[in-house]
Design a protein around this ligand. Sequence first.
Ligand code: DON
Length: 309
Amino acid sequence: MQCRSSKELNEFVMEARKFTQHGKVADYIPALGRADPDDLAIAIHYPDGQCVSAGDIQKTFTLQSISKVISLALVLMDRGFDYVFKRVGMEPTGDPFNSIIKLETVNPARPLNPMINAGALVVTHMIKGASVEEKFQRLLAFVQEMANDSTIGYSSEVAQSEFETAHLNRALAYFLKQHKSLDEDVEELMNLYTKQCAIEMNCLDLARIGMVFAMDGADPLSGKQVIPIDIARICKTFMVTCGMYNASGEFAIKIGIPAKSGVSGGIMGAVPGKFGIGIFGPSLNEQGNSMAGIRLLELLSKNFHLSMF
Ligand code: DON
């Protein structure tokens, strides 16, 4: 799909790009450390099929934590509300995304929400399928359908790099297994989770997926309800309360758009009833959110009055 370049968005990108120098690319997954910190791109996808963009839109990136919203939608469709929320909670933590502390102090068997790593591991383990490969292919097909792009795949380099270094996620998974919240082999789960996080696309694809969430799970261009309305709403609510980790409160106040970030520098936004946003800017702030990406969203929200509050 082609995207029209927008003068206004180009100006926002020029302004926000200044902020890339104040952040740092993630390097705890070694393959992500090779990203160019100056990159910045944005695409906006409207329900009528129109698309506008600016910046380095040819760049591809991996979804990382953005995939947590998509796996949650799939698992809610696979298993239903009661089954899923018996195993993972609905409350923000105020802690970093990979923190283990609340597992020990609040409830060792039920992570507080699906957007922190502990919760996302439990969610990914609930994807239906007879093997890691089958589960991953189901998730990938779901992503491809929302993006309307059957060429989307995953970066085996990033997946392998995370698989080899995911000591903390393994620790979380073994902790959860000890408390009977996981019955799967931890290595198999890490294999699936790291592939899920390594699903790779450009901003345009991400904006189209954001548009499906913005339209309550409907794809107006195919006429299909890809995600049931109630599930799309649950996902958007988590994007508001936990989508930007321990910066979600400030983000809601300053920007007010349901959004989900990833440590690759991606941010997916879903402006309810209006459009989807895909952003890529790998220079991150302390909470692991795109430094310039947040500035871009702030400019967009202020100039176009996008806050939902
Ligand atoms: O589990 C991890 O550490 C990564 N694959 C994903 C983390 C992430 O994107 C958190 N984001 N801000």
